[in-house]
Design a protein around this ligand. Structure first.
Ligand code: UDP
Length: 253
């Protein structure tokens, strides 16, 4: 069997060279990290859930005309995606005050924002992904003005889509992070949604009880992360009904 070429290994995923030019295989690991990898653990089944959930969200976005890198799921932990040049920004959209915004501006977690707020963080783990403004982005050439217009529009469209999908299953989309990639079609470049969309990169609260169903369960030691993600997948109808429980190994005598 031939060994695949590993392109990159991050905190939660590994990227391998894909079977055709311009494609990448994205492998979802079970590793969970928070606070810039100061807190880490292995959560059995998280990779399988995030692979399925990211497939679900990205397919939905593709279907409503919001372009993403997703091509198809290959197996339990892998999906085939279009290779792209990642813009070095974490694009965060917020509907409700939480996390770093609540802390920075002294807002009560859970207070609704007057309108969705889009923020940009410079992707650099050594610096702890600092918040940046469009001035920094333009001055350092991370993205052009046209890119920024397109990124804002993509981010808000993704927010509308995800908010609708989530509220339909009783979940409030508090905030989320996306990454944007460039692809080249001949003389033209296009921006597409890349990386992943999963409870690792969103804040999801039960609309009735406020119960957290996202990575804050891990960050703040609130319970079993796989159970929370399984609940999101169950509500969305993502996991096949009769699938074997993925968090427990099967013992065969
Ligand atoms: N987020 C992420 N990766 C990061 C930082 C943030 O996916 O490196 C997501 C996070 O899960 C949340 C949103 O972006 O849904 C906003 O995060 P925030 O700025 O509040 O930071 P945090 O409280 O996670 O440090």
């Amino acid at each position: 069997m031939a060994r695949r070429k590993k392109i990159y290994e991050g905190k939660a995923k590994i990227l391998y060279e894909g079977p055709e030019p311009g494609t990448i295989v994205q492998y979802f690991k079970d590793d969970a990290t928070a606070f810039n990898a100061e807190k880490r653990d292995v959560i059995d089944g998280k990779g399988v859930l995030n692979n399925r959930l990211s497939e679900f969200f990205m397919t939905g976005l593709n279907n409503v005309g919001i372009p993403t890198h997703f091509i198809r799921r290959l197996n339990m932990r892998e999906q085939l995606v279009r290779s792209c040049e990642i813009i070095p920004l974490e694009v965060v959209v917020r509907n409700v005050a939480a996390g770093s915004l609540a802390k920075r501006l002294g807002l009560e977690e859970g207070s609704a924002l007057p309108r969705p707020i889009v923020e940009y963080y410079y992707k650099d783990d050594k610096l702890g992904d600092p918040l940046v403004t469009e001035e920094h982005i333009a001055a350092f050439g991370w993205a052009s003005q046209q890119d920024m217009d397109d990124i804002l529009s993509l981010a808000l469209r993704v927010n509308d889509f995800l908010s609708g999908v989530m509220i339909a299953v009783g979940i409030r989309l508090v905030d989320f992070k996306i990454e944007i990639g460039r692809v080249f079609d001949g003389d033209f470049q296009r921006l597409i949604v890349a990386d992943e969309i999963s409870p690792d990169s969103c804040r999801l609260w039960d609309a009735e009880t406020g119960q957290k169903l996202d990575k804050d369960v891990f960050r703040r030691d609130l319970g079993d992360l796989a159970d929370a993600y399984t609940e999101v997948a169950r509500r969305l109808g993502v996991m096949p009904k009769n699938a074997a429980p993925i968090t427990k190994p099967t013992l065969i005598n």
